[in-house]
Ligand binder design. Structure first.
Ligand code: 5AD
Ligand code: SF4
Length: 480
């Protein structure tokens, strides 16, 4: 599970905002289209089709599901491929430089596409580059950042009427993006945004600039969506937000994050509730207590630390020290349930000395993460760290990343080996035909591959006895 990413080009992610895709299910219990029955109402077709390519994080993956819903509502049909589509949308990521570069190289491939094809850029690159995109790629007609997705129906209507250049680039919003329908691409796990944007100001991060200020959704709207999802047959919901645990209900009920968690977990039919990404600053004991006494809340907390060195954390403006972070970890470790902990770590932040880096390595041992996502620091426009002195050379960043990943790999092997002989509940989400194995996840989000004499297990909860462990997953057989 330990992985390093320079580019985040993923379709369906699992835990971190920039985590790689979950193994996609090869057949969908929701039907060949991958949609669950009552999620997509019929609308009058307008004869046009769309295709969305998604880069980056889970928030983006879920935004694309909602954008697809907006288009389906307007009568668009989902095209099988980009070549067949009348409207092509790139939902982009700019968290690290390579991710942003990749978007422009993909856009370049459409330079000679038919002029009848309408091309749009959504997401973080759209927000960051704005109308400059029209200069760099004049074949683009739509540029819209995520804080303006509320305007998408209107922007698409203008394109339908022949509009050549439409933009949605306002960041100044207190609205969230809600649609009547969402095209869910993952038939096993349903994503549900509860908070958008970010009010922190981590010095390396583009998100406050690209996604705008923090906006929480009204609890009633979140709960209504959770009930609809349960009604459509979903049993697992993942609550999403850049800082999901900063949630504060804007409606008169004024629920705190933990209260919302408990209410979502109490929705009839929901068996697993996940949430990501938690900011350590807003991580309180009450979250651990809720996990401890609510079986439907999953045994997993993704709590990005970013660095193990207090001076670097200060330079990153993370608002906590190494010791404060470790104190929160001790609450999690003191829980009655064995809660798995994962994290994001950046190496080579400006000014990171050998000693600072060593602190990140010792933190890995002190916490004993089940998985981490590790990144080389990448300077980004509109961030204060971009102007900081004492850049760490690229080769040094690469060397530190390799050391970090190697250490984490050892930790994961040791942690996973302890599971051998145990039996765990697994929600089945895929099938490896060539290996004759099913794939799924435990409540703690650990990937499990297993054999079974049974057929048609997708979407089922099964008991699996673990017989083997590796760094990134465990393997076993179904207990019948
Ligand atoms: N360089 C490297 N990694 C970054 N992240 C965010 N911004 C940067 C950057 N400029 C990482 C953080 C964050 C994850 C989603 O991406 O670890 O938690
Ligand atoms: Fe970026 Fe920091 Fe906000 Fe996370 S909390 S999205 S790292 S600014």
């Amino acid at each position: 599970m330990s992985k390093a990413f320079d580019i985040g080009i993923e379709a369906l992610a699992t835990a971190s905002p920039c985590e790689p895709p979950a193994a996609p299910a090869q057949t969908s219990p929701a039907g060949a289209s991958g949609f669950r029955a009552n999620e997509i109402p019929a609308s009058a077709p307008n004869g046009k089709s769309f295709y969305i390519e998604t880069f980056g994080c889970q928030m983006n993956a879920h935004d694309s599901e909602k954008v697809a819903g907006v288009l389906i509502e307007r009568g668009y049909a989902a095209a099988e491929s980009m070549a067949q589509a009348d409207l092509v949308l790139y939902n982009t990521c700019s968290i690290r430089e390579k991710a942003a570069q990749k978007v422009f190289s993909r856009l370049g491939e459409l330079r000679y596409a038919s002029p009848r094809k309408v091309i749009g850029v959504l997401g973080c690159v759209a927000q960051q580059e704005g109308e400059e995109i029209f200069e760099r790629a004049p074949w683009v007609s739509l540029v819209c950042g995520s804080a303006s997705y509320r305007k998408l129906p209107e922007l698409v209507a203008r394109l339908d009427e022949g509009g050549r250049r439409v933009t949605g680039l306002d960041l100044d919003t207190d609205e969230t993006f809600e649609t009547e329908i969402t095209r869910r691409d993952n038939p096993i796990r349903a994503y549900l945004t509860i908070i958008e944007g970010c009010d922190y100001a981590c010095s390396y991060c583009v998100v406050p600039h690209t996604r705008g200020p923090e906006r929480s959704r009204a609890s009633e709207s979140v709960l209504a969506e959770a009930r609809r999802l349960a009604g459509a047959g979903y049993t697992e919901i993942q609550l999403l937000g850049q800082t999901v645990n900063s949630y504060r209900d804007p409606s008169p009920r004024g629920l705190h994050f933990v209260e919302l968690l408990r209410e979502v977990a109490a929705v009839d039919g929901i068996r697993r509730v996940r949430f990501t990404t938690s900011h350590p600053n807003d991580f309180h004991r009450a979250i651990v207590e809720a996990i401890d006494d609510t079986p439907a809340l999953c045994d997993h907390v993704h709590l990005p630390v970013q660095s193990g060195s207090t001076p670097i954390l200060r330079a990153m403006r993370r608002t906590y020290t190494r010791d404060e972070y470790l104190e929160k970890i001790s609450w999690i470790r003191a829980a009655r349930r064995p809660i798995s902990i994962t994290s994001d770590i950046i190496v080579g932040f400006p000014g990171e000395t050998e000693k600072d880096f060593e602190q990140s390595i010792t933190l890995l041992d002190a916490v004993g993460y089940d998985s981490i996502f590790s990144f080389k620091y990448s300077p980004r426009p509109n961030t204060s760290a971009a102007a900081m002195p004492d850049a760490v050379p690229e080769e040094e960043k690469a060397a530190r990343l390799a050391i970090l990943m190697d250490r984490q790999r050892q930790i994961q092997i040791a942690r996973n080996e302890k599971l051998v002989g145990g039996t765990f509940e697994v929600l089945v989400d895929g099938r490896h035909e060539s290996r004759n194995q099913w794939a799924g996840r435990t409540t703690s989000n650990r990937p499990v591959n297993f054999t079974s004499p049974r057929q048609n297990l997708l979407g089922e909860y099964v008991q699996v006895k673990i017989t083997r462990a590796s760094a990134n997953s465990v393997a076993g057989e179904q207990v019948i």
